[in-house]
Design a protein around this ligand. Sequence first.
Ligand code: AN7
Length: 350
Amino acid sequence: MGVLARYASLLPVTDATPNVNLEEGSTPLVLLSRLGERLGIKLWGKLEGCNPSGSFKDRGMVLAVAKALEDGAKALICASTGNTSASASAYAAASGVPCFVLLPAGKVALGKLAQALMYGATVIAVKGNFDKALELARLAAEQKGCAIVNSVNPYRLLAQRTGAWEICEQLSDAPDWHVIPVGNAGNISAYWAGYTEYKRLGKASKLPRMMGFQAEGASPLVTGKPCPAPETVATAIRIGNPVSAQLAKAAVAESGGEFNSVTDGEILSAQRLLAALGGVFAEPASCAPLAGLIKLKSQARLPEGITVTMVLTGNGLKDPDTAMSQVGRPVEIGDTLDELLRVIEGSAVK
Ligand code: AN7
């Protein structure tokens, strides 16, 4: 069941809303026991890479597209660091509506670009960063009457609350800490809105601390001012002027949480650790929170034994280039058993 059907009573879905559905949501919440033991916490990973287009964006996109169709939109438009474009293109394809996506030229992971092109969107590479592309998309949407499906579209964040609702159901309560990567700052805002709504409805007994992690080279919410030239290997969160900055600041302040930043090196080593100790391959941006937990642990600022949920926002397969630049190559052999046995005997496993 997709999120519109699963959470119809908590979302602005009416009889007039088209039934858009790619069976998004209901993603696994996995106990990462080896990583949790190292950190001295109960660490849960929300596998948002299991969504149909491979990222959390599908939760909000399904409602944004359904409402756009309900309002008679003839085309969709968005700017994106990659995942929003993949998601918008997928739902546009499934709904039979044209989609224009604006991407920062040369700064989008290969898998995401392949997705938007395969789903049949008109893909436009802008010589500028995401913030500039969003500015153009907003102006074009106004002039051409296209529905903009970036998170400036309020339906996106309303439906992204479903991630928090699922976590409360999977854990039978809210966690102590909720750690999450922050780019345009929509998801952290939506999760906070989701948790507070479930608390209000009596479906959670407490509220988590919201801990938002940015890449050091694109950390406007940590430095407190927009970043004119954001740069990070985690291209998904290469954003200098977050649209939902105010909402995110409120979420962090009200929950007693914080924003923090991690370096690209810390992000990449967390990505490898998550794969090697957790069995989960997530894209670099998704690994900023794990890098953050490791950093807080080293500063003795991670309380022992707490329950932490970590949103693994996008699938590692989206960015094969960054992954391959971090790891070795396969061991090559001919086609004989002898050669194979030599490899096995030369390894740690005898
Ligand atoms: C994997 O696709 O902004 O703080 O245009 O793809 O809600 O922006 C992606 C963002 C985290 C940050 N992890 O979420 C886009 C885009 C992944 C992402 C974020 C993004 P927000």
